[in-house]
Ligand binder design. Structure first.
Ligand code: WTA
Length: 577
């Protein structure tokens, strides 16, 4: 094993006394039950996550504190105080109620990171409906699958994105209304709504929001979270993001993914954080400019972004980034090299956090107060125990590879998989929640990541199911079948690679090399246009026959081994190869 590099907690330059000063002494004594007193409750043990994120601050000095510094792609700027967020979200709540939304209805949001995304999300929760978020790169197929499965009643979007509904709108009978936020009449109606609203007291177990995420097989599944999720999000944001009153916080994640809900809307605002939200795409100079202009102190981002910044070299030296005091990352393995680079450029170590859509909050983390072992995901959060188990849910000895597993019982564990109770059950073995990731635990209880135990792809930090990409490919007239894998990539972690079996007439045509190249581009663009702008194969390879099990399942594991030049392994269930 390679020598492990350790950054001592005492060498970290995070400037303020951390909100969690001592992990070892507090871990054994932590209780979620006691932590509940950090939140605001309604009589009878009722709660509302959106009320906790925003409205409860209104009778404190945070009422007029800036909650959101918003910057648009074209440099437009606006700011919102907590009191303004409360009013705007109340207007959304009132508008939706008038549109017939009642408790439990699904209302989906398909928007870029503009203020209406955040205020409508809060408004939906306030009236007891369930908010679903859709990443703005989604195209019609991805949209259709999610809107159909969730039975969304209302979709909130803008003019440009609404064009992607053209061919699916009439196949969605449960979708009663499409709200276009950049329509002048709509904005007039919204601002004419009352800015007072009685927030609905919810049972802590009531559904609050849902996100579609990918597994190995089948269409994406709806991971549903309850109002109580904010308890874990609040506590982890406080301890791990280390939000202090004077901080300016920037999380680069989109609310189409769980990080953008847990740590730009719920957990962070619940801690009264002043946040920056930038609606534009990744751009190294622009990002540094934002860090500098807003004097960002806490920055939560993803390893792919860090690698892209690294590729630009010494660029940070052109900016004044001395306001930064704490930096973190999530979504993919954070390599030691990225941490070293951060130390060189900012004098700070990126603190890795591991979690999932299903877990609803950070689970394995690097706390400021602990030593950081470069390359490790760190230790379980307070109130959670983690372990490494075999496929039967038996713990394996330390330093042995196995499934990364968690003991259920933390407040933000997903409540259900929408309409798929068996799928939900399949996560649990012998009293453990099995994450689908493989790893090991070292002698100090630090967790180390090895890889996925299934075929889920992580490209640029975003989770993509191979089945969705395969399904999109076979819609193309040239394609008989496709098998899709994640191929390791230095920048993006993985890229999507598709192995495609063509119809005979196309097989003949690709004898012409230039036609072959053109068809590869066409297939890749086809997925980009129909499924999603981020979930398309950057590489396509034509193959005569896909390896399959006797029952007809494509064996992606074999495609992957082939791609990596590795031994193919057990092929006893193969049809033929
Ligand atoms: C991966 C994102 C290595 C992992 C919040 C997990 C990570 C999946 C890390 C969940 C990390 C997340 N190191 N891998 N620090 N964090 N992952 O649902 O495979 O989009 O199962 O949630 O991302 O992705 P999801």
């Amino acid at each position: 094993m390679e020598e492990i590099e350790i950054l001592k907690a005492s060498d970290k330059k995070t400037r303020l006394i951390p909100n969690l000063p001592d992990y070892k002494s507090l871990y054994p004594n932590f209780s979620w039950e006691r932590a509940k007193s950090e939140l605001a409750w309604f009589p009878g043990g009722k709660i509302n996550a959106a009320y906790n994120a925003v409205d409860r601050h209104l009778d404190s000095s945070a009422c007029d504190k800036i909650a959101l510094y918003w910057e648009g792609d074209k440099g437009e700027k606006s700011t919102y105080t907590f009191s303004q967020l409360a009013k705007l979200s109340n207007q959304w709540g009132n508008y939706l109620k008038k549109s017939g939304v009642v408790k439990g209805d699904r209302v989906f949001i398909f928007l870029p990171r503009i203020p209406d995304l955040f205020t409508s999300f809060l408004g939906i929760l306030k009236i007891g409906a369930v908010a679903g978020t859709l990443f703005s790169a989604f195209q019609q197929q991805a949209l259709f699958d999610r809107l159909e499965d969730s039975g969304a009643k209302i979709l909130i979007t803008n003019r440009e994105l609404s064009l992607r509904l053209a061919e699916i709108r009439n196949k969605l009978p449960e979708l009663k209304q499409v709200v276009i936020v950049d329509d002048n009449d709509f904005q007039k109606n919204l601002s004419a709504e009352q800015s007072d609203l009685e927030v609905m007291p919810m049972d802590p177990e009531d559904n609050a929001f849902m996100l579609y995420t990918s597994g190995t097989t089948g269409k994406p599944k709806g991971v549903v979270h309850k109002h109580l999720a904010i308890l874990s999000q609040h506590v982890t944001a406080y301890h791990i993001l280390d939000l202090h009153d004077e901080d300016i916080y920037w999380c680069t994640a989109d609310p189409g993914w769980v990080t953008g809900i847990g740590y730009t809307i719920l957990g962070s605002w619940s801690n009264k954080a002043s946040e920056v939200i930038f609606s534009g795409r990744f751009d190294a100079s622009r990002w540094y400019q934002i860090l500098q202009d807003y004097k960002v102190t806490i920055w939560y981002t993803a390893p792919t972004a860090v690698r892209m910044l690294m590729a630009e070299g010494d660029l940070p030296k052109k900016y004044n980034l001395t306001s930064l005091r704490h930096i973190l990352s999530v979504g993919e393995p954070l390599n030691p090299e990225a941490i070293r680079w951060g130390l060189k450029m900012f004098g700070l170590a990126f603190h890795d956090t591991w979690w999932q859509t299903e877990t609803g909050c950070m689970c394995l983390v690097n706390y400021i107060c602990n030593d950081t072992k470069l390359g490790s995901m760190g230790l379980p959060i307070l109130g959670l125990s983690g372990g490494i188990v075999d496929d039967r849910g038996q713990e394996v000895p330390r330093k042995t590879e196995g499934n990364i597993a968690l003991r259920p019982g933390w407040p933000s564990m997903m409540k259900e998989i929408w309409k798929r109770p068996e799928k939900y059950q399949s996560y649990f073995v012998n009293g453990w929640y099995i994450s689908g990731d493989r790893g090991w635990e070292d002698e100090d209880g630090y967790f180390w990541f090895i890889g996925r135990s299934d075929d889920v792809i992580k490209t640029a930090g975003e989770r993509v199911g191979p089945f969705e990409v395969e399904s999109a490919l076979i819609e193309h007239p040239a394609v008989v079948e496709a098998g899709v894998i994640g191929k390791p990539d230095e920048l993006r972690g993985e890229i999507i690679k598709a192995f495609v079996d063509l119809k005979d007439e196309y097989k003949a045509k690709i004898a012409d090399k230039s036609y072959e190249d053109q068809l590869k581009i066409e297939l890749s663009q086809y997925v980009k246009k129909h499924l999603a702008g981020h979930a398309y194969p950057r590489e396509v390879e034509f193959i005569d026959k896909l390896p399959k099990t006797r029952s007809g399942k494509i064996m992606r594991r074999i495609l992957k081994a082939k791609e990596m030049g590795q031994p193919i392994g057990d092929t006893s269930t193969l049809e033929e190869y």
